[in-house]
Design a protein. Structure first.
Lengths: 304, 312
């Protein structure tokens, strides 16, 4: 209330106003309050949907469709979790996704680190051309080659096989991996390498005995990013996979059918349980490695 | 055996040394798997797509062999040029792009500015902001689809509790406001990420600039317009480009919410259902090329804006 009075007097004394207001404890308090209110809003906004998934996953299926809706389950149960693990539908999808994302990550890291060694530690003609090629690949819209890949997968008998996904996911994981690992390779000092050469090491020995251990943090970060993007991919998965036993996690999550088998009875409890199971490892890994991920993700944007 | 760090000090480089030749050969050898993979999964399919777009290739049993049809897929009577469905999908996609990118940018900038001030728990805040980013788009879409449920959804419930929505006549989000519903998911998932990118840009602005401005009597708003915003422009542009390109190829959220319902098809969904659903590979390839051109148009616009900005 006092602020109104303050403002009235302040108008008469424009010079003093700023000093007076800045020092006012009321204003300071309101400022702090507003600030923390904003922080809280951001915090709740970012986390609430995930909380809601957790809450729904622990709520018995019957109670989910009670009104008024409860913001905290009165009788939390594990029924939904037990339900999704009782059939092979979801466990199979977890296995498939782990297999696909794991293979993609491994291949991208092996092929990518070899390429990054060449691009980061050697000087040769065509080097910047290759780097440009990789850069242009990272902004490549995947839809642009869907038709061609679709026919290729059929021609190579990879259609409806996990191999089709492992192969096609290289498009968005490999160029990115190469770029980030190249920047890591380039940042290393030359002396260690020289010392190894003096001791008679071959280039390949230098690669895996000296350089690889040094860029291990980069490998972990890019590996995680590649894993996440392969784990999340939906467009190619829905286009190349048909049988339910080859489903990856995104496919499974969008095709849960309730016990009744009716399309109108969506088993939201189970879907939310699956959601929690699928995201928890990703969130954990992300939080553990958050600093490195941030550095990896923002490097390009800041350099501009 | 020199590396980048120690270029061999050859006084005259008329002929390349054996060492250099060996090094070059080794480099290309190391690059071979990567180049082979990129050629096989990206460059070859891209060429194939362009070729297919000039044919009438189909994927149904018992169709006549594929013929070369020239520009028929593009400008023929039933070509893309006259395809009302595709035109509609472009409109849907561009609307979605404009809504999400502008919301994400404004909200992201506000969040970045708030989190950029030093306070206790700033690290935790940044970690929290990565959570939506780490959640798969499809999963996020499912979470929101449930939250936006007409009768049992929490969004309607909160709206009623806050007396924003009437108790008796709450909207059916997905049916009545399809674009808004989809955008809500994307904005939730991506705003924190945009904020993190802008935050990284904010943190490289030297603090003594603000101190100098404060000494000169510039208030916070002045400082924002005269220092923060101009110095943030590179980060803003890169963020906007990446977000726009991402939004233009949107597939997941729309597909989870609406499948390939004609009125809510994005460019990517229309193309995907043409190729995989209808088996029209030739026409789908032409659509791919068209989508590629639409996206390139946006890249050109951005690059032009950036150039003009540089000269100013």
């Amino acid at each position: 209330m006092s602020t109104v009075a303050e403002r009235a007097t302040a108008r008469d004394r424009p010079v003093a106003r700023r000093l007076w207001l800045r020092r006012s404890p009321v204003r300071r308090f309101v400022g702090r309050l507003g600030f923390w209110l904003l922080i809280t809003v951001i915090f709740v906004y970012a986390l609430f949907p995930f909380y809601w998934a957790v809450r729904s996953a622990f709520t018995p299926e019957g109670q989910l469709f009670d009104t008024p809706i409860k913001y905290f389950p009165s009788h939390p149960t594990l029924t939904n979790f037990r339900e999704i693990f009782s059939t092979s539908f979801f466990t199979r999808a977890l296995l498939n996704s782990t297999l696909v994302a794991g293979s993609v990550t491994l291949m991208a890291l092996v092929i990518g680190s070899l390429a990054a060694y060449a691009l980061g530690r050697f000087r040769f003609r065509g080097r910047s051309a290759v780097l440009y090629l990789m850069l242009s690949m990272t902004i490549f819209p995947q839809i642009a080659i869907l038709g061609a890949l679709y026919t290729m997968m059929r021609d190579f008998h990879l259609y409806d096989r996990l191999g089709s996904l492992i192969l096609s996911y290289m498009i968005f994981t490999l160029p990115f991996t190469i770029e980030v690992l190249t920047s890591f390779m380039r940042a290393l000092p030359g002396d260690l390498e020289e010392a190894a050469y003096v001791d008679g090491a071959t280039p390949l020995q230098v690669f895996y005995k000296v350089l690889l251990p040094l860029i291990a943090p980069g490998l972990v970060t890019t590996g995680l990013l590649a894993f996440i993007s392969a784990w999340n991919e939906y467009l190619y998965a829905i286009s190349f996979i048909q049988s339910t036993d080859k489903y990856t996690v995104p496919l499974a999550i969008t095709s849960f059918v309730g016990k009744t088998g009716s399309a109108f009875q969506v088993p939201w409890g189970q879907i939310m349980a699956a959601t929690v199971v699928v995201t928890l490892p990703l969130i954990t890994a992300t939080l553990i490695l958050q600093r490195r991920i941030l550095a990896g993700l923002t490097a390009g944007a800041v350099k501009g | 055996m020199s590396s980048v760090a120690t270029p061999a000090p050859t006084p005259r480089r008329r002929r390349r040394t054996r060492l250099q030749r060996r090094q070059t050969r080794l480099a290309w050898l190391l690059l071979l798997p990567a180049l082979a993979a990129v050629a096989f999964v990206a460059i070859y399919p891209l060429g194939k797509t362009v070729y297919q777009s000039f044919t009438d290739q189909e994927f149904l049993a018992g169709v006549s062999p594929t013929k070369w049809v020239g520009l028929h897929n593009y400008f023929g009577a039933s070509g893309i040029w006259h395809d009302a469905d595709f035109r509609h999908s472009i409109v849907v996609t561009i609307k979605f792009t404009l809504i999400t990118v502008s919301f994400e940018f404004v909200l992201g900038l506000i969040i970045a500015l708030v989190v950029n001030s030093s306070f206790r728990g700033r690290g935790a805040m940044r970690a929290v902001m990565l959570v939506p980013w780490a959640i798969p788009t499809v999963v996020a879409a499912q979470m929101w689809k449930w939250m936006l449920d007409d009768t049992f959804g929490v969004v309607s419930d909160l709206g009623k509790k806050a007396h924003i929505l009437s108790r008796s006549n709450a909207p059916s989000w997905l049916a009545d406001h399809p674009l808004m519903s989809v955008s809500a998911v994307d904005i939730w998932k991506t705003t924190p990420f945009v904020a993190l990118l802008l935050l990284a840009g904010l943190q490289v602005i030297p603090t003594d600039l603000y101190e100098a401005a404060a000494v000169d009597g510039a208030n916070k708003l002045h400082q924002f317009w005269r220092i923060t915003l101009p110095l943030l422009v590179p980060a803003i542009l890169v963020t906007l480009i990446f977000r726009t390109l991402d939004a233009l190829r949107v597939f997941d959220v729309f597909y989870v919410f609406f499948g390939n319902r004609p009125d809510t098809q994005t460019m990517a969904i229309y193309d995907q259902s043409t190729i995989v659903g209808d088996g029209l590979v030739g026409y789908g390839a032409a659509l791919s090329v068209a989508i590629f051109l639409v996206i390139s148009l946006f890249v050109v616009i951005y690059v032009t804006v950036m150039r003009v900005g540089d000269q100013a």
